[in-house]
Design a protein around this ligand. Structure first.
Ligand code: ADP
Ligand code: MN
Length: 294
């Protein structure tokens, strides 16, 4: 289930609390911790009322005061989730959020339902959140938390860009739906990570599908740079594959694009050999990938 505290906050907090969160989001760019006075001024409220609102937000776990309340507050990822989710709900994009379907180094993915009753995937970027947990009260993290959140926002934006290039060209990636801040809504792929697959009927065909998608993505101007069996979703019934996880993509003009493409391909080949005991011969590789890639 999605963080109950954030869900509860969305249900019970009023517009003013969200206004306070938005002020923190904005002012964190300029303040290490945002003083209560600044929040009061920006929301045109008294200091007492502002402190009360901040205490409520603190109780819900959406903000923290890494250097004591007197020094002010910053948003944490719960707070950022709350404003982003509220935006997608207010815009009529999502109506509810459900269980977690995946997690990686820098993200969490949840299932959600749209206003059109489509079940979708929502990826929340969480850059740096591991270090948040590790050094909970550490001053340096407060100094950097807005940079991490900015990086998360940028990653979501970059991933959306890649999907917007790839999806319309028929490359097998989740259909992009919407982005808000560090949150990205896409089509839900009902399959399993290839890394968890033990055996398939036709490994040669499966490998060919993965590689053809990679080559087409390259031709469309996108190199994944982080491809592995964890970022390939396999649908056992249809035998289809989807390539996911694109925030770190580069364009083929990038100085080391070819190197990254080779590395992506090698990761895939390594998995097929080790797990599925399949190694393609050179001619087939050349036929799929073309002379200039392999
Ligand atoms: P990370 O960068 O954290 O690895 P991913 O985009 O790979 O992020 O997502 C983490 C996991 O969530 C994936 O390995 C996959 O299991 C699941 N997942 C991500 N996107 C989708 C999607 N559109 N449909 C279904 N599952 C998904
Ligand atoms: Mn991944």
């Amino acid at each position: 289930m999605f963080n109950p505290s954030v869900v509860k906050a969305l249900r019970s907090l009023d517009d003013w609390h969200f206004e306070v969160l938005r002020v923190l989001e904005e002012k964190m760019r300029h303040y290490e911790t945002v003083p209560t006075d600044v929040v009061a001024r920006e929301t045109e409220a008294s200091k007492d009322l502002t402190l009360k609102r901040l205490s409520t937000l603190h109780r819900y776990g959406l903000v923290w005061a890494p250097r004591g309340r007197e020094r002010g507050f910053v948003l944490n990822y719960n707070g950022l989730d709350a404003i982003a989710l509220r935006s997608v709900v207010n815009r009529g994009i999502l109506v509810s959020i459900g269980g977690r379907i995946g997690a990686g180094k820098e993200s969490e993915v949840y299932e959600a339902v749209t206003a059109e009753e489509e079940r979708v995937a929502v990826k929340f970027y969480r850059m740096g959140s591991r270090s948040f947990k590790k050094y909970k009260r550490h001053r340096d993290i407060a100094l950097h938390s807005h940079l991490y959140m900015e990086a998360s926002r940028l990653a979501a934006k970059r991933e959306l860009e890649a999907l917007q290039i790839l999806y319309p060209r028929g490359i097998k990636v989740p259909r992009p739906i919407y982005r808000n801040r560090h949150l990205l809504v896409t089509e839900l792929i009902r399959g399993i990570e290839l890394a968890k697959v033990k055996a398939v009927d036709d490994p040669a065909l499966l490998l060919e599908k993965v590689l053809r998608n990679l080559v087409e993505a390259f031709r469309a101007g996108v190199v994944n740079c982080d491809l592995s069996a964890y970022n390939v979703i396999y649908l056992p019934e249809s035998g289809d594959v989807f390539l996911i996880d694109w925030p770190q993509w580069v364009s083929p003009d990038h100085a080391t694009a070819k190197f990254y493409l080779r590395r992506d391909i090698d990761n895939v080949l390594e998995f097929f050999e080790r797990r599925l005991h399949h190694r393609p011969n050179k001619d087939i590789m050349r036929e799929i990938l073309g002379e200039n890639v392999y």
